[in-house]
Every structure is written in structure tokens, then in C-alpha cells.
Write a protein that binds this ligand. Sequence first.
Ligand code: SAM
Length: 216
Amino acid sequence: MALPLPYSRWAHTFGRLLFPDPRRTGFELAMTEAARHGGGAYLEFGVHRGVSLLLAQQAAARAGLTSMRCVVFDSFEGLPNAETATFWRGRFAFSEQRFLRWFERAGGDLSQVEVVAGWFSDTLTPEHATSLNLGRIAVAHIDCDLYESSLEVLRWFEPLVGKGTVLILDDWHAYDGAGAPSDHGIQRALAESALRDRLEVLDDSPGLPRIVLVRA
Ligand SMILES: C[S@@+](CC[C@H](N)C(=O)[O-])C[C@H]1O[C@@H](n2cnc3c(N)ncnc32)[C@H](O)[C@@H]1O
């Protein structure tokens, strides 16, 4: 059950004071780097309720990237299939309406946000890339947990990213306890992507998203 507006915003603010999101520094680094390269759009693959989108907007504002266009993709039905005991079909299901409500109540700016709802297999098409007319991509945040989903994302935007685009690979360490993390999730997907040889690592703190820069 959603809390009435003043209480939910208060609960969020209070929670943030008690437990600041450890990814905040990575978003600040990404947005500072994005500003250095001239800005552009922010893409997020796997937005869920919008916690990381909020971090992105706050970091963008601090880096001087006001009015940053944010295009966010999600099924809003959770994960499509299970890969491990941690990630199962339907995990993170959170409807688009709930996302819009939660994000606004938490202080996000919806006027800058475009939502692309649906499975990546349906929404990440070449036609959609053209109609979205993304222009320069400043930052792309990939946070969809599964190898198959991450590979769909990478394949779609491989031709769209250029020199100076920053990638936030949220789940880089999600499989650290799984024996060979490189056999899973984003690590496995990136190894199969043409982008893998074009990246410079900006930050790889243990347990946190890996932040990388597209070199050329
Ligand atoms: C961990 S949540 C994202 C959390 C969010 N970025 C944050 O930090 O607040 C992962 C999201 O990826 C989405 N997702 C994963 N695979 C997908 C796919 N193939 N198509 C559409 N959405 C997908 C799920 O619906 C889920 O909301």
C-alpha cells in the first residue's frame, strides 16, 4: 500500500539520510564525465521504481547538466526468466503507474523522462532507435540483471554510442559469489559485444556498478 504523499516523501528522505545509496558516487563520476564530453541523453535499461533514475537526475543537476533528457526502458513486469535462485521470473515487477507515482513523490522530475514500456525484445528495435531520435548518448545505465536482457541492450545500442559515452554497468558484481562471474549477466554479455574493446574503466569499486567510458 502506498503511503500518502507527505509521508512517503518523508520516509524516502529519512531513509536516504540513514542509508545513502552507495551508488551515488558512481553516478556523480558518470555525470561529471558526461558534462566534460558535452552532455546528451541519459538512457536507463531497467528502471523499476526509479531509485537509480533519481540518483542520475540529482548527479546530472550537480554536474550542470540541467534538463537532461532521460529515456527509460522496462517491462514493468519484472524479469523475463530465471537465471539463478536470486533472479526469478517476475522479480522486480512494479507497474508503470506505480513507477510514475513513486518517482514523483520521491522528488524526481518527470517532465524530463520518457518511458518506453515493454520487453526489450519488442522495444529495442532499429525502427525504435530511429524514431526516438536520441542524438548523443551521454550516459547509459544497464541494470537488468540477466545475461539475455543485457545482451539485447548492448546489441541495440552498440551502433548508437560514440566516443565519450559513459556506461554504468550496475550488475557487474551481481554474480561475484557464483564461481565464475564472467559466465553470467552483464559480464558475459559484454564479452560478446563489439563494445568490449572500446572501453576504459573509470571505476570498479568492489560490490558497486562498474563505470566505463567508450574510447572511440
Ligand atoms: C534491478 S531492477 C532495476 C533497478 C533500478 N535500476 C534501480 O536501481 O532502482 C531490474 C529491472 O530490469 C527489468 N528488466 C530485466 N530484463 C528485462 C527485459 N528483457 N525487458 C524489459 N525489462 C527488463 C525488470 O523489469 C526490472 O524492473
